[in-house]
Ligand binder design. Structure first.
Ligand code: COA
Length: 334
């Protein structure tokens, strides 16, 4: 069996920055509430006149990652694209990347696991490399949230949290079995699907039905029971980090850098304190990007790597929790 390691990273966010004060102009909210509850100061939102979409941003991030890996598009064997905000209901964004990057007719799949999307995507790619099926896989997480949010006071509990952006990495085969992805652990609990959901349009409640409701039906906006999600997130984050560490006979003190999904700074801080991690052992950037769902871990990983915070042989732990519910962790020896 082979091992897989990350050989290239890249990310892209739209230039347009939306501050908490900007949001106060759209809805009844304020900078103090948002910062106190979430840690978020600003996020990037695609402006109306832009061509950016999840796939377009994903392609931009992918080109950087391929270049940083010292590869060309022709070296990529497979595409794994994680998003909850695809350009189309179908087909998925993965096949758009194949076309946008003018790649050969390689396979492409989309991962539909929301905030855990990147962890699921990385784990999926890892399995293809471990079995020897592929050598270099392009893994992307991208989200275009802003156009689908309820930006009125009615939607403020959700809309202030989410940002747009994309990140990508190249996962490559390595013969060194002490380096790269050591383990991944994935979980789900579908009974809580309705706690964080975009319900429509669905086949049961398609566009004509929504139009017929004359504005009554707003189930196309994301719904979140924030308190319920928060309580489950802190438990599941903790469990799945310990599961990953235990599988490798490691303990929290062995972690060089923990990169949690950027859901809420308070969730990250809870986990940090629980595992007695120093500020240097945890990377957060939700302050500047908000929650970018499937893109958040890969944007944070790319940024941390660019800042020189990840060195050869470091133990890097990724963990996520989100809608589904889904959660997971990946333990990497860099
Ligand atoms: N600005 C101002 N007030 C707001 C607001 C906003 N943007 N959003 C909600 N409020 C109000 C609510 O209306 C409520 O008012 P009320 O008490 O008069 O009814 C009050 O603030 C408290 O709302 P509540 O939802 O209980 O706040 P909270 O402390 O639970 O914080 C979240 C809300 C969303 C920040 C928090 O629950 C959370 O972060 N949950 C986890 C979310 C998450 O991680 N999601 C991604 C999953 S990966």
């Amino acid at each position: 069996m082979y091992n897989s390691k990350i050989t290239g990273l890249g990310f892209y966010v739209p230039e347009n920055v939306v501050t908490n004060d900007d949001l106060s102009g759209l809805m009844d909210t304020d900078d103090a509430w948002i910062q106190e509850r979430t840690g978020i100061k600003e996020r990037h939102w695609i402006p109306k006149n832009s061509d950016d979409t999840s796939a377009v941003m994903g392609a931009k991030a992918a080109k950087i990652a391929i270049r940083k890996a010292g590869l060309t598009k022709d070296d990529i064997d497979f595409i794994v694209f994680a998003t909850l905000s695809p350009d189309y209901f179908f087909p998925g964004c993965g096949v758009q990347i194949q076309e946008m990057l003018e790649m050969d007719t390689i396979g492409a799949i989309d991962i539909r696991n929301q905030c855990s999307g990147f962890v699921y995507a990385l784990s999926t790619a890892d399995q293809f490399i471990k079995t020897g099926m592929y050598k270099n896989i392009l893994v992307i997480g991208a989200e275009f949230h802003s156009n689908g949010l309820d930006k009125t006071t009615r939607g403020r509990g959700v809309s202030v949290i989410f940002g747009d952006g994309a990140g990508a990495c190249i996962l490559s085969r390595t013969e060194d079995n002490k380096k790269g992805i050591l383990s991944s652990h994935l979980h789900s609990e579908g009974k809580h699907a309705d706690k964080l959901i975009v319900e429509s349009p669905s086949i049961n409640n398609w566009v004509p039905e929504i139009i017929d409701s004359k504005g009554e039906d707003i189930s196309f906006y994301p719904y979140m029971d924030g308190t319920f999600v928060f309580k489950h997130a802190i438990v599941r984050f903790s469990e799945v980090i310990m599961e990953g560490l235990a599988a490798n006979n490691l303990s929290p003190s062995d972690i060089d850098l923990f990169i949690p999904h950027q859901a809420n700074l308070r969730i990250s801080q809870f986990v940090q304190h629980k595992f007695k991690l120093s500020d240097d052992q945890v990377y957060n950037n939700i302050m500047n990007y908000g929650n970018t769902t499937a893109a958040s871990i890969i944007i944070a990983l790319s940024e941390a790597f660019e800042k020189g915070l990840i060195k050869d042989n470091d133990l890097v732990v990724l963990a996520a929790f989100g809608s589904g519910f889904t959660w997971g962790s990946v333990v990497i020896r860099w």
